[in-house]
Design a protein around this ligand. Structure first.
Ligand code: ADP
Ligand code: ZN
Ligand code: ZN
Length: 811
């Protein structure tokens, strides 16, 4: 027997290994097996196919062992990986890398760490498990090679895997993030005293140490009321000291058990709230979507901001889980999941779990297993939640479907999670509901073509109108007062005086995006990138927002030696400062990448704002997306021009979406809110569409542009980047590739050209953009030629060190 096995690496193809007869009974597709690659690199790979015949021309090496008793992925997942690798032009190993939580991946590079507070029950360890667990207790961590030496055995992964399962060690892919399985001490009465009479006798004979007796009584009481006695709870309730407890344990009266805490355990009080009654308008939307699901596998719920789409999703989810099926609710960003889980836990309690890449790996494995068994019914997550082993998924909700964050940029797989979810749902026979107030052009186009079902929910739940929009022309202001115009300042004051809140949006962080020499116009740039440096005043440094490099603030011009600089443009930090100067009595907070580290800090700030401990929240797009605040009456788009100045075919779409979404945060309940947009391009057509909140008019305008220039949805784009530390080599490679293409496809290529930022981390970048009409054959031909070319170039003496990055359907 042989098997095709996926290894979590960017290998050009999957390789085949032999399955020795000793293992042939146990193997199944989707199980992990230990294999050696090259001379001695070891990996846990996943079996994709089992083959009866030996592959031609070579003798496969044998697998060394099987790690699992049952498959860890379903065949449908493997099929999804295969599709993603082929569509997005990456390898199945790269998909596996993204799809599987780190604790299910083991390789030669892994480090195995002792879980310090693990309950090691030596009696239930095999000899080999015992040897490793002993060594771990002494050395605290072991590398794979060390384990191999200790066991003097070919196959070591099954042993490691068992130790991971038993909570004795964890895997680390890097040395930095350390995590452990959580354990708690649970107390039991020693079996000797299980008989009532024995216990009675013990207490009757008790002579000294009254405090220990009191503790024992407290224990018995807790055991009766709670069923299970946690050490912490007992000490808290009884007020006893650790020493007294230790005495009872030493005397053999109480026994300690270390028990794994179920991290997913939720407050049982949650989950009892009934869903809100849908409003009449929401009910119509719900009924229509349910009806259209019968004929359309994908449906678009186009509901204006504040129309209560979440309530409709919740009703759809309720429906799915009532027939005992699973639902996936996707959000574009991890940051949004915290507010949403608070809303959804009220209804669904322990049936719902969050899953995303920033989650602790132990928890990820727990969720993985519970989704696989069907115990978890609903998953709320970002992109990677798509990869869980759903057992019977019937509904996928993709909230804010237009959001650019659904596209993974780096590393491969560079996939569009919305599109991938649609493919996968189709494969599983599940239904998809896409939701947005500002659908992407492609999605709306599909709805207009009746390829997707469609419902337009046009009213806010509160029956409030969409906010009134006021455009303030910054051309009439001095450079300084254009940051916070008198109109905006006045509106902020009136809003706060009414006890309402304000959001100020600016898509640049830091204090000033660049500095310029007043004498000669020199601008400090990053040494590794073709990017001007942003001034961060609080941290007193300059920073490159592309590679993250930090520099001291420049005092002297490198070109002319003069010492006077002017700060140009402005970011969130400057807005916060200027506002505090202008209106010192306000409580102001800032939310951007500089200020927010980790998901908890983000959530903490949101909750503070919800509790109205903050009057004005200044932030980047973090403050915009999907959040629901009740008391925000004013939204300021501080620099509207910055949203209109992108050199990209989607610029209009992005600008419309961003402006409309920011506006949507105002006046969500009751009062009509207000939006003030400051900009100089007051006559830009997009501004007029936002002014009237007219999505359809915007769409008509934009779809004509797309058609005229044959941009998506009338074509497919494929971007190919050539990166090299020598500018001319990157350029030559791009040209060389272009010439090697089929002439028919050559005609569809734009470039080679240098992107606006043409050097990042010391690599020069040249780009080709292939624009393919939507005939699948052309796409296939182009992809095939591209793969062929990449193979050629990887051995080409001059170009082999050129890095080629392919991005299908780029943002
Ligand atoms: P959207 O996602 O469409 O912008 P949300 O789902 O966030 O809108 O709803 C906006 C606000 O209205 C939320 O605070 C929500 O709790 C409230 N809401 C919407 N529908 C209902 C309903 N049927 N009953 C009670 N509250 C509702
Ligand atoms: Zn100068
Ligand atoms: Zn840089």
């Amino acid at each position: 027997m042989y098997a095709e096995i996926i290894i979590p690496l960017a290998l050009p193809k999957n390789y085949t290994w032999a399955i020795p007869t000793e293992f042939s009974d146990g193997v199944m597709i989707g199980m992990r097996v230990e294999v050696v690659l090259g001379s001695n690199k070891r990996y846990a790979g996943i079996i994709k196919k089992i083959l009866a015949d030996k592959p031609d021309g070579f003798n496969p090496k044998p697998i060394l062992g099987i790690l699992d008793d049952a498959p860890i992925v379903y065949p449908a997942q493997l099929q999804l990986w295969e599709w993603m690798a082929s569509y997005y032009m990456c390898t199945e190993g790269e998909v596996m890398q993204a799809a599987v939580p780190s604790h299910l991946k083991i390789s030669s590079e892994s480090i195995f760490i002792l879980n310090e507070d693990a309950a090691i029950d030596s009696l239930h360890l095999s000899d080999t498990e015992y040897i490793i667990s002993e060594a771990l207790q002494i050395k605290k961590q072991l590398s794979l090679v060390e384990i191999q030496k200790l066991l003097d055995k070919k196959s070591v992964y099954p042993v490691i895997n068992k130790l991971i399962q038993k909570g004795i060690c964890s895997v680390e892919e890097t040395m930095h993030d350390k995590y452990t399985i959580k354990v708690e001490n649970v107390l039991h009465l020693h079996p000797d005293y299980h008989a009532e009479s024995a216990l009675e006798q013990l207490m009757n004979d008790w002579t000294r140490a009254p405090k220990q007796l009191a503790l024992l009584l407290a224990f018995l009481h807790l055991q009766k009321t709670e069923g299970q006695v946690q050490q912490k709870a007992l000490l808290e309730k009884s007020g006893a000291a650790n020493a007294q407890l230790k005495a009872l344990i030493d005397k053999g009266i109480l026994v300690v058990e270390k028990r794994k805490i179920d991290r997913l355990a939720v407050d049982v009080s949650l989950g009892n709230t009934h869903l809100h009654q849908l409003s009449a308008a929401q009910q119509l939307a719900y009924d229509s979507i349910v009806e259209q699901m019968k004929t359309h596998s994908v449906n678009l719920l186009h509901g204006i901001t504040g129309s209560g789409k979440t309530q409709i999703y919740a009703a759809l989810i309720e429906n799915a889980i009532q027939s005992n099926q699973q639902a996936l609710y996707m959000l574009p960003e991890i940051a949004l999941t915290a507010q949403m889980i608070r809303r959804l836990k009220q209804y669904f309690g322990g049936k719902i779990a969050i899953y995303h890449s920033k989650f602790n790996p132990n928890e990820r494995v727990e969720i993985w297993n519970k989704v696989k068994s069907g115990e978890i019914k609903i998953v709320l997550g970002a992109r990677s939640a798509l990869f869980l082993p759903y057992h019977n998924l019937s509904l996928v909700i993709i909230d804010e479907e237009h959001d650019a964050s659904y596209k993974q940029q780096d590393p491969a797989p560079r996939y569009q999670a919305r599109d991938t979810a649609i493919y996968y749902a189709n494969q599983l026979g599940a239904k998809v509901v896409l939701g947005s107030a500002t659908p992407s052009i492609e999605t709306y186009y599909n709805a207009m073509q009746n390829k997707f079902g469609y419902y337009h929910l046009k009213e806010r739940f509160s029956e409030g109108a969409l906010p009134q929009m006021i455009v303030v022309d910054t051309k009439k202001q001095s450079e300084q007062s254009a940051i916070l115009t008198p109109q905006l300042l006045e509106a902020i004051q009136t809003t706060v005086a009414k006890n309402k809140q304000v959001i100020l949006f600016q898509n640049k962080r830091g204090y000033a995006p660049y500095m310029i020499c007043e004498t000669c116009g020199w601008i400090p740039h990053c040494k590794q990138c073709d990017v001007s440096l942003t001034l961060h005043k609080g941290k007193n440094m300059l920073s490159c927002h592309y590679c993250g490099a930090a520099y001291p603030v420049v005092q002297t011009c490198e070109a002319c030696g003069k010492q006077s600089f002017k700060q140009k443009s402005f970011g969130t930090e400057q807005i916060e400062e200027k506002l505090a100067l202008a209106l010192p009595q306000l409580r102001i907070a800032r939310m951007d990448l500089d200020n927010i580290k980790g998901k908890n800090e983000h959530d903490h700030l949101i909750q503070q704002f919800e509790r109205r401990e903050i009057d004005v929240l200044v932030g980047t797009q973090m403050v915009v997306k999907g959040l629901d605040f009740e008391h925000v009456d004013l939204v300021g788009i501080v620099d509207g021009d910055s949203l209109l100045n992108f050199n990209q075919y989607r610029v209009n779409e992005r600008a419309f979406q961003m402006m409309e979404q920011v506006s949507g945060r105002a006046g969500r309940k009751n009062d009509q809110g207000k939006v003030i947009m400051q900009l100089s391009q007051t006559n830009h057509p997009i501004v007029a569409f936002v002014h009237t909140h007219d999505y359809h008019a915007f769409y008509e305008f934009e779809i004509n542009n797309r058609k005229h220039f044959a941009y998506p949805p009338f074509s497919r784009l494929m971007s190919i980047l050539f990166k090299h530390k020598e500018n001319h080599i990157a350029e030559e490679a791009a040209n060389h590739f272009l010439k090697s293409l089929d002439p028919m496809i050559q005609k569809t290529v734009m470039g080679p050209a240098q992107p606006i930022i043409n050097r990042i981390r010391n690599k020069y970048i040249w780009e080709l953009c292939v624009k393919i009409t939507k005939q699948p054959q052309q796409l296939q031909i182009a992809k095939k030629q591209l793969l062929h070319f990449i193979q050629l170039i990887s051995v080409h003496p001059r170009y082999k060190s050129v890095q080629i990055i392919i991005d299908i359907d780029p943002n």
